[in-house]
Ligand binder design. Structure first.
Ligand code: PBG
Length: 340
């Protein structure tokens, strides 16, 4: 007994704190480095000129008309952010049961794409392929008499919508609707239309999340949706294997990139997807995540810059190649060493 005690060194032979002691050695062993290249900036687009509207549940986020969006796009590109994702705010009178505005070649999204590719060609432009901004009931697809979202009839409209975005010059089309078979159908139609370079980012593992509330306010689909939910097509937050099944199918059907959505509460899914498939994997840090970080920061309860960069770093560490975030502009500025 005495023997053992005297033989044991009084000191730990591994001191984990040595490498943490100074900034230089912390930098030497840092695994995950966030850069503006990691971001995609989601924006809400309005009709009109010189129009700017704050989104009440997302302080700091504004809906903008196309002319103002172009200035924002130049700024975002100059900060080093590679791409922007467009979400049109459709006026009530353009919504319908058949969502035909979704594939109007002169629709708001299509016009925004053309204007952006003309003004800031180096910035990647991604579009949302889904019908919720265009349906009177706020669902992502066409409904039958019972209110059930019909899969195959919806896919036909999504295909027209995606092709109209590609015709307008979209670099990436991103189906966010969660219908079955839509990636294959969109890919086939894009090829047939000669759009062989258009990338597809599939919202592959998209959960039926309550964190989307502020987004639905921002695009104006919340009121239409009313008490409705999306449980018959978006995934159950309790499931993990189902996400791998979805991602596998979308890659087989021709997706170039896959997405997990929301972000922070779903990082276990991100890690599994990245490990299993090794495909370009993106994460959407959604509106509710933004709202939480913003609200706590505005109350002085959290240090905004520190928590936002920590959350984004964690998403990347979990396996994300890129992050859709409403903080893209601010985070890029912070990373570039600019104040504010
Ligand atoms: C709809 C769509 C949603 C989001 C992106 N596309 C909301 C929904 O599915 O109801 C959510 C994004 C966010 O919350 O930031 N197709």
């Amino acid at each position: 007994m005495t023997q053992i005690l005297t033989n044991r060194s009084a000191y730990p032979n591994t001191r984990m704190r040595r490498m943490r002691r100074d900034a230089f050695s912390r930098r030497m062993m840092r695994e995950t480095i966030l850069t503006p290249d990691d971001f995609i900036y989601p924006v809400f687009v309005l009709e009109g000129r010189g129009e700017r509207e704050p989104v009440p549940s997302m302080p700091g986020v504004e809906r903008m008309s196309i002319d103002l969006l172009l200035e924002e796009a130049r700024h975002i590109a100059s900060l080093g952010v590679p791409a922007m994702a467009l979400f049109p705010v459709t006026p009530m009178e353009a919504k319908s049961l058949d969502a035909r505005e979704a594939f109007n070649p002169d629709g708001l999204a299509q016009r925004a794409v053309r204007a952006l590719k003309d003004a800031v060609p180096e910035l990647g432009v991604m579009t949302d392929v889904a019908l919720d901004p265009f349906t009177t009931h706020g669902q992502d697809g066409l409904i039958d008499d019972s209110g059930y979202v019909m899969n195959d009839a919806t896919v036909e409209v999504l295909v027209k919508q995606a092709v109209s975005h590609a015709d307008a010059g979209a670099d990436i089309v991103a189906p966010s609707d969660m219908m079955d078979g839509r990636i294959g159908a969109v890919r086939e139609a894009l090829e047939a239309a000669g759009h062989i370079h258009t990338r597809i980012m599939s919202y592959a593992a998209k959960y039926a999340s309550s964190f989307y509330g502020p987004f639905r306010d921002a695009v104006g689909s919340a009121a239409n949706l009313g008490g409705g939910d999306k449980y018959t097509y978006q995934m159950d937050p309790a499931n993990s294997n189902e996400a791998l099944h979805e991602v596998g199918l979308d890659l087989q059907e021709g997706a170039d990139m896959v997405m997990v959505k929301p972000g922070l509460p779903y990082l276990d899914i991100v890690r599994r997807v990245k490990d299993q498939f090794g495909a370009p994997t993106f994460v959407y840090q959604v509106s509710g995540e933004y709202a939480m970080l913003k609200a706590a920061s505005q109350n002085g309860w959290l240090n905004e810059q520190a928590v936002v960069l920590e959350a984004l770093t964690s998403i990347k560490r979990a396996g994300a190649d890129g992050i859709l975030t409403y903080y893209a502009r601010d985070a890029a500025r912070w990373l570039n060493g600019q104040a504010g």
